[in-house]
Write a protein that binds this ligand. Structure first.
Ligand code: SF4
Length: 277
């Protein structure tokens, strides 16, 4: 949530260990208000966060950082948010998705790794902060390991249906989760397979891979948890982009097709109603 209605609606909810308010905060006041193009949003979100904490809710934050992020400032923001008593913070680099209005401030892979190393260096490799993502995802963002994504790890359902292949790319919609899993050509996507994926290191695609790796190699996750994310030294070689297929710009076409289907369905329903009458 952007938390703008949270204070007004909070009494409709009860605290539970199984329920978390995840509040969107893309940095300190200036950074966040600029990211959402509206003054005052940061202060309202922080007030709502404090209110939810005072009422006994679990509260986390989620933050996306872009190429103009200043590591020193981000580190101070993470210090301040940890001091608010949040139950966790999720960090992710921005991704240059096809429909984003601002295409100039997104990060490529090298800049992402440099930025996250610079941020984590200021917080004892992440140990200084109440981060809620896996240590191996942070390790990946710092360039210490290379992963392929698990796009179905955080699937997205929209008014059009289940979005394929992932939260970030809208290249088709299907009505059921079973169809999403069984009919998507997963090998056509991911870093190294598809041009649109080349710069992606986003939480929604790679956290699930990091979690699976933590289960497979718990000693690696334990070492990062104990010593913090390594922020110096060589980075792991990345996936080759040599054989990736070129980008296809299909979003508008898909939405136009879906609108036609919806219109046709509405017409059919109207005809059935008039026949029944
Ligand atoms: S790399 Fe994976 S998660 Fe990222 S845009 Fe491509 S398919 Fe989606």
């Amino acid at each position: 949530t952007n938390a703008l209605l949270l204070a007004k609606k909070i009494d409709l909810f009860k605290p539970s260990p199984y329920f978390t308010w995840s509040i969107h905060l893309d940095g300190d006041k200036e950074m966040h208000d600029r990211a959402v193009c509206q003054d005052g949003v940061y202060e309202r979100a922080v007030e709502a966060l404090k209110l939810a904490k005072s009422k006994g809710f679990r509260v986390t934050t989620n933050s996306t950082f872009f190429s103009d992020a200043d590591p020193e400032r981000v580190a101070k923001f993470l210090d301040a948010t940890t001091a608010l008593g949040v139950d966790g913070m999720t960090l992710s680099p921005g991704y240059a998705y096809e429909r984003a209005p601002d295409q100039t401030h997104f990060l490529n892979r090298t800049r992402t790794k440099d930025l996250f190393r610079a941020i984590l260096r200021r917080g004892r490799g992440g140990k200084a902060w109440e981060l809620s993502q896996s240590t191996l995802f942070m390790n990946f963002l710092a360039g210490n390991v290379s992963y392929r994504c698990t796009p179905w790890g955080m699937p997205l359902r929209t008014v059009f249906g289940w979005q394929r292949p992932c939260y970030l790319l809208g290249e088709g919609y299907v009505p059921t989760f079973k169809q999403l899993m069984e009919e998507t050509d997963w090998d056509a996507y991911g870093v190294g397979n598809y041009e649109k994926c080349a710069d992606c290191m986003v939480h929604s695609g790679f956290e699930a891979t990091a979690v699976a790796d933590s289960v497979r190699r718990p000693w690696r996750a334990a070492a990062v948890a104990l010593f913090g994310v390594r922020t110096e030294g060589p980075m792991a070689p990345d996936v080759s982009l040599e054989n990736q297929r070129p980008a296809e710009y299909v979003y508008d076409e898909n939405i136009a097709k879906l609108s036609e289907i919806r219109e046709h369905e509405a017409q059919q329903r109207a005809e059935q109603r008039s026949t029944a009458a």
